[in-house]
Design a binder for this molecule. Structure first.
Ligand code: NAP
Length: 257
């Protein structure tokens, strides 16, 4: 039986994607760091939807973590039909405010683990008659965001990598989708240490993780290359394309100063 593996499934958008897939009767493998949240989610989803679940508590910032996820699946004979690379976070404020090691950890989770998991699981995904990789980007991928510079760059990477891979393997059984949410009501702002101005701006336009998850899963099964969630965020992407870059960047960054 083939599983859906979701990283960052302990809460927020990842947990909402797991719930949406459980509703559609997929068996689930949940990956994140928080053992108790994962255990609770795995038990609840199995009970509510009559599916099989298992979880692995692991820090994806650690070197070799993706290989450990792959080895865990191999040992337990879990093969995947769906890989959801959702785990990720931002670090707000001036670039030099954070230790270099913190930046490197963030890049490891947002980009390296995503690439490694895609690489490691692709051969078995190809063996399924229909299989999916869903990568979570961000509306921050469409312009540089001063005050979230490295985060927005990491999400631009996720978007470009996903689009490229989508085209490369479009004739195979595996489709690659990048979903770019805008502000969503999760723990993101706390983890990113976003200040009062940014929080207030986010609260005005926040989507629910459930709405984002539904749009993400629909886009994935429709084998789309790229989807921005919500009308406002779609308009934001269009404005970022239309207006002078300097103006767009100053506006985007003004809520993080
Ligand atoms: P969240 O509520 O903070 O959830 C983040 C998830 O990632 C949690 O399950 C967390 O679990 C996991 N995670 C974080 N660091 C990890 C690590 N080192 N190793 C393993 N797992 C880790 O935030 P969210 O909004 O749902 O974020 C999900 C994705 O959406 C991220 O890629 C984020 O960049 C993207 N996104 C969010 C927004 C937004 O406004 N919320 C907007 C655009 C894009 P543990 O803490 O248990 O490890």
């Amino acid at each position: 039986m083939a599983y859906a593996l979701i990283t960052g499934a302990s809460r927020g958008i990842g947990l909402a994607i797991a719930t949406e897939l459980a509703r559609q009767k997929f068996d689930l493998l949940l990956v994140a760091r928080s053992v108790s949240s994962l255990q609770q989610a795995a038990q609840q989803l199995a009970k509510d939807y009559g599916i099989k679940t298992d979880f692995l508590a692991i820090d994806l910032a650690e070197t070799g973590a993706a290989q450990q996820v792959y080895d865990w699946c191999s040992q337990k004979k879990y093969s995947l039909q769906i890989l959801v690379n959702n785990a990720g976070y931002g670090l707000s404020g001036p670039f030099e405010k954070h230790a270099l090691a913190e930046h490197i950890d963030m890049m490891q989770v947002n980009m390296t683990a995503l690439v490694e998991l895609s690489y490691l699981f692709l051969p078995q995904l190809r063996q399924q008659s229909k299989a999916y990789i869903l990568n979570i980007g961000s509306s921050a991928a469409y312009q540089a965001v001063p005050g979230l510079s490295l985060y927005s760059a990491s999400k631009a990477f996720v978007l470009q990598f996903s689009r490229g891979l989508h085209q490369e393997i479009r004739k195979s059984s595996v489709s690659v989708t990048c979903v770019c949410p805008g502000s969503t009501d999760t723990n993101f702002v706390d983890r990113a240490q976003i200040g009062e101005k940014g929080r207030k701006a986010a609260e005005k336009v926040n989507m629910t993780p459930q709405d984002v998850a539904k749009q993400a899963v629909d886009a994935m099964f429709a084998r789309k290359a790229e989807v921005v969630t919500g009308l406002l965020n779609k308009a934001g992407k269009f404005m970022a394309w239309l207006l002078p870059k300097g103006l767009v960047e100053k506006t985007a960054g003004s809520i993080y100063d």
